[in-house]
Write a new protein. Sequence first.
Length: 181
Amino acid sequence: MIIHFLGLEVLWHRVVTAVSTIPDAEAWLGSAALLGIYTLIALPVGFGSGFIKIDIQKSWVVVIGVIAGSLLRPALTEELFFRVLLLPHATENTSPAALWFWGLGGLVIFLVYHPLNAMTFFPVARETFLNPIFLFLAALLGVTCTISYWQSGSLWPPVIIHWVIVAVWLLLLGGYQKLYA
């Protein structure tokens, strides 16, 4: 009774369904296309603004740490929270208006989370996480992951998209220097 009252039953259903749904080939291809679209927008914006630049991390300790670490956080944890818990799953038969409401609301929360995180728990990221280009790219990432989640019904495609984008930025495009140097 308490679980139902608190809405935990719905959240539990979302987590179990999203984690256990194995994407089919069409979902993976759709997610790859979304990643391609993200890349086609993000690279010109990032390079044109000077926010990103080629800067390849050569330390294997850094490379392995980023690859492993960015899979857990931010990719898995943020996708679980900002997509799976906040957004209705396809099995919930939600109206298009409600999907838009939750999608936009989740995106706003995702964007606000980054500066708040920098101002509280991750102060070295303050300048980066308050940068308008970073926030634009984060919004684009949020939209990309939301569409991927809704298309696939699975946690896994948005996690992979988020992970690839963050790892590439940190390891090849100057993100590591912005956050940790």
